[in-house]
Design a protein around this ligand. Sequence first.
Ligand code: HPA
Length: 235
Amino acid sequence: MATPHIAAEKGDFAPAVLMPGDPRRAERIANLLMPDARKVSDVRGIGAYTGTVDGKPLSVMASGMGMPSLGIYANELFSQFDVRRIIRVGTAGGLAHKVKVGDVVVALGAHTDSAMNTTRIPGIHFSAVASYPLVAAAVAAAGSDTTIHVAPVVSRDHFYGNPAEQVQALADYGTLAVEMEAAGLYAIAAQYDREALAVLTISDHLLDHSQDMTAEEREHNFERALALAVAAAHC
Ligand code: HPA
């Protein structure tokens, strides 16, 4: 049965969904991974694709940008389409010297400044954490690659305006990157007793913008993160 934002039937989605932010990246990922991909929904330009990878079912659907947008799709996928796990495959800004542009961060947890999580359980500062089996599968797929990191990130409501003292404090607390969706995804997965992970390619660096990827490069430099995401999707 269609939902307000997904025009598909229950069986149209695989149990695992890869979720980039960008709809064009979703289409590219679907075509890259699944010769048998078929489009199962296309509401508001957010295409959803389902097919198989090595005989195992997989879906790919974009989240749009930010936790409010991702929250709409994650809620509907978990509650109406029997989706069991969502793996975000996105980009993030580096905020500590330990990470470089092009590195990959497997987001173990996600701090946030968003009211979406701070109001979730009254009186509690919710800890948005990834699902351990998915983290373990991504880490196993990473092997000994030292440019793949497993660490907390921060999911912010604003893309522009990262206060320098906040960036420094987050880095001091071991946070490696900033993006806008993981904390919302992890909380919604917890709400529905489902699984989630975010695998993030560092596309720019808050401490040094000289190596930042162009919009074009952002669209193409996600293959390594994708391999980890597929391993997590099918673990
Ligand atoms: N903030 C800063 N830089 C980024 C982000 C973000 O949310 N996403 C990708 N690069």
